[in-house]
Design a binder for this molecule. Sequence first.
Ligand code: NDP
Ligand code: MG
Length: 389
Amino acid sequence: MKPLKRIAILGSSGSIGTQALEVIAANPEEFAVEVLTVHSNADLLIQQAREFKPNVVVAVDSAAFLKVKEALEDLPIKVYGGAEAIEQVVQMDIIDIVLTAMVGYSGLLPTISAIKAKKNIALANKETLVVAGALITQLARENGVNIYPVDSEHSAIFQCLAGEWDNKIEKIYLTASGGPFRGKTREELLHVSKAQALKHPNWTMGAKITIDSASLMNKGLEVIEAKWLFGLQNEQIDVIVHPQSIIHSLVQFEDGSMKAQMGLPDMKLPIQYAFTYPYRMKTDFPRFNFLDYPSLTFNAPDRNTFRCLDLAFLALAKGGNLACTMNAANEVAVAAFLEERISFLQIAELIESCMEIAPYNNSTEIENYIESDRLAREIAQTQLIKLQH
Ligand code: NDP
Ligand code: MG
């Protein structure tokens, strides 16, 4: 009998985490869940633990930890609390692959810890590569660890590259849906609400990435993610708006041939591929029908209106800790927008001012990224107060 693939899911209560559990539930002969972690959603963690019987669960929040511990007392499941517990449990011998599906900077240290323990990574948490791509890829090389992309665009490129490992990439195109505000002018965006920004046309995702998609920062983060995942030069990465989200991204080779990966938008497919690579596993997901999509359209992103994409290209060009600074400022800005403290267009304004002020350096030590992140958040809070006056 084939051994089960034993999986740790970091961020199991989120959009990616719950879809990963759907993939696992549909294939009990392939996968076993060993670890589940959340920040504070105790109720869902309890329910997931009862259903999937993992070895260990972690809740970062202390009240959530106490609630989960009490609720699971009748089961032989270890329950831990606190952020450091995640860094420890990812190292357990019983884990084959770690799905990083927590949101934002919080993914960085657990991912490093898992790589050092030689665990393969199914990477959804793109912010980890944005913050510390040079360090993460170096650690993965040193430890012989594979990083399988879960982000749909990067999974598409990875799928196009299968069997092409010796062929040089000329360039890649990351497709972007354009989000809910595609085609809008700056004037039209002046007063858009949080509810409007949270309405993504093609994907249902966590709040942070949904706002990133509306501002095009998500595509900016993905450009930097692609650089590190595929070892590309900056000028090899391009973005094209494709509102139907059917072509998930493209690779252009040196002979001019282009390969694209297509399908209906459903994150369960890239999640599953990251778990089963190099194999494909049968699914009953709905199939694409050409006649439902008589035209697939493409246009250039509007980088003047959606400044965040330009800021990410700037961070890519300058390298060093600038992407780390940008990411921290973006997390502060998105949280402030979700609390209705700043307007939609002020997200880019806040990030840009932090990128101008925060000190630049190009050290790849972990302490540097931690300090750059901390400082950028501090600067962002000061800039936020200025913006509100
Ligand atoms: P969600 O907001 O839906 O879920 C986030 C998960 O992380 C939850 O389980 C949450 O727990 C946990 N979490 C939040 N903050 C912390 C923290 N400080 N420490 C530990 N755990 C934490 O996010 P998504 O699932 O949408 O996104 C997850 C990652 O995947 C992001 O990096 C995103 O960019 C990426 N991604 C997502 C896609 C999608 O379709 N959703 C597509 C491509 C990439 P709790 O519920 O308790 O707060
Ligand atoms: Mg994506």
